[in-house]
Write a protein that binds this ligand. Sequence first.
Ligand SMILES: *Cc1c(COP(=O)(O)O)cnc(C)c1O
Length: 234
Amino acid sequence: MSFAENLDSIQQRIAAACARAGRAPNSVTLLAVSKSHPPETICTAVSAGQLFFGENKIQEAKAKIPLSPGKARWQFIGHLQSNKVRDAVQLFEMIQGVDSLAIAQEISKRAEQAAKTLPILLEVNVAGEGSKFGYAPEKLLAELNELNALPRIEIHGLMAIPPFAAVPEKARPYFQKLRELKVQCEQILGAPLPHLSMGMSGDFEVAIEEGATIVRVGTALFGERVSSLRKEAE
Ligand SMILES: *Cc1c(COP(=O)(O)O)cnc(C)c1O
């Protein structure tokens, strides 16, 4: 299947999930997760009409973004280390996956130096997995006002990567949990948060039924990622 065919099929599935949930199809942004794919692939994707791309490594993004079409718009979806924040602020129009006050402070500081204000999403470890990044819900609620007071970031919502499940339905309770947590955050902030970034290739339809506004889809659009090991062998 070509990228354009994959894109068409994913867009139809997004529209169908929106219809089931009584939502407008344009209430969901498809973020194409292009990690491990070269600039030529971004070019093909942009030609097919895809505009939003997600990357999870700064080094890779730094090499790729300047070689990609200027129309492409980039969001960071990985775990950010403080020594990479300066680059992230320059490369991306939104940083998902912010999971500590320290990193949020660093983003705000670097954004100020770049004369910018940066939208961010706060990452939540919805299943309390030891192996995953993200805020514990209680900690997020406790730090929310302090995060919100930072001058150069705008909190646009929440993001999560639930445990991998072969059956998409299994992720539903985690998507519900993130949605409920967003309501709690909105009560604390006294303002609406526009975004819930949840759902990947295997479960984006369930995520949309539960309120996702950004779905992050890699494999279902681009095919399997070539592992770095195979790349070295080639
Ligand atoms: C790689 C990645 C995705 C995309 O995963 P697929 O299963 O290939 O769709 C989504 N979100 C994050 C944070 C990722 O790192």
